[in-house]
Design a protein around this ligand. Structure first.
Ligand SMILES: Nc1ncnc2c1ncn2[C@@H]1O[C@H](COP(=O)(O)OP(=O)(O)OP(=O)(O)O)[C@@H](O)[C@H]1O
Length: 319
């Protein structure tokens, strides 16, 4: 894998200020991102996602650790690196009296890219902003303003794009447009790192997923591998007659009785289909032991279940 971004031991401590205690926002975070990958960084509020992005974009000065981007050390060449990075920040912030088209063209110049009206037009059209090119930003709706932020981040053709909570508080239409845009960018080889609270978004878009909590990266894995390794299948057999105890061969199959013996629960598998096979085997064994069941519910754990489990139980749950 051609590594675009390599973060080692990244630590950021915000000092105590005005009665507020010191905060360790990043705690020896390691992360390597390959060229062209779409990586989702998941974490609860205050986990350190924005701080990590800020450090790579030169907005936050790390306390310790190294950031290598495009093979260069951030400490020695941050301007050169910053030119190749696009950032869509969480918060809206621009000159509201500026016109949309000019603001995008200006962003290009800001990063040292030569004027290119054709490129500006393409970016505006891809975000359905072309008709608004002469409108002042202050006259746009919140969703449209967010589109302008994305256009500004794309104006200088970044090779590495950060999207910090790109779809927080946006409507379904913009969310779909965003996903489509990310797909288009994937085709051009742009590397994308997005932070999100929407697990569904990570499930939909990302090749790999990282989970961060309290400044520590708990787990980084291929999305499918993470589901296979940490996913579980659950089944609930509703029994016709309550049972006092299970025959030992059935109990040996991750099965337990609940609700006064009237429901048999199974939890096992590994997210790769093994659980469903074991449930079929369990059903066969129940028939063999003349245990009648009247209903069966099967559910697979989602990325969300895995995420919640990891954040609640820490890195130990990943092993
Ligand atoms: N400038 C700052 N000064 C002091 N503390 C800060 C500063 N910026 C962030 N923090 C603290 O650092 C921790 C990590 O914050 P950060 O914004 O990086 O988390 P996040 O994962 O992006 O959260 P969210 O999902 O809520 O945006 C939090 O405890 C936050 O309060």
């Amino acid at each position: 894998m051609d590594i675009v971004l390599d973060i080692r031991g990244l630590t950021k401590q915000y000092p105590a200020r005005g009665g507020a205690p010191a905060v360790t926002a990043l705690d020896h975070a390691d992360l390597a991102i390959g060229k062209g990958e779409i990586f989702a960084l998941l974490g609860p509020n205050g986990a350190g996602k924005t701080t990590l992005i800020g450090a790579v974009c030169g907005l936050v000065r790390p306390t310790s650790g190294t950031i290598m981007a495009f093979g260069k050390d951030m400490r020695h060449d941050w301007r050169g690196i910053r030119r190749r990075i696009g950032l869509v920040p969480q918060e809206l912030g621009f000159d509201i009296f500026e016109k949309v088209g000019r603001s995008i063209a200006f962003s290009r110049g800001l990063f040292g890219a030569p004027a290119d009206p054709g490129r500006v037009e393409t970016v505006l059209r891809s975000l359905q902003l072309w008709d608004k090119r002469d409108a002042q930003i202050r006259t746009l709706s919140g969703g449209m303003k967010r589109r302008v932020l994305i256009a500004k981040a794309l104006a200088h053709d970044p090779e590495l794009l950060f999207l910090d909570e790109p779809t927080a508080g946006v409507d379904v239409e913009l969310r779909r447009d965003m996903w489509r845009l990310i797909d288009t960018l994937r085709d051009t080889g742009t590397t994308i790192i997005l932070t999100t609270h929407y697990i569904e978004e990570a499930e939909e878009m990302a090749d790999r997923v990282g989970i961060i909590d309290k400044g520590r990266i708990l787990l980084v894995d291929d999305k499918a591998a993470m589901m296979a390794r940490l996913g579980r299948t659950e089944a609930r057999f509703t029994l016709a007659e309550p049972l006092a105890m299970l025959p030992p061969p059935i109990a040996a199959m991750n099965a337990t009785l609940t609700q006064g013996g009237s429901v048999l629960c199974y939890r096992g598998g590994d997210g790769s289909g093994k659980g469903k096979q074991e449930i079929a085997e369990l059903a066969r064994m129940l028939v063999e032991h003349d245990i009648v069941f009247t209903a069966l519910d099967v559910s697979e754990s989602s990325l969300e279940d895995i995420f919640v489990n990891l954040v609640e139980n820490g890195a130990g749950a990943a092993r």
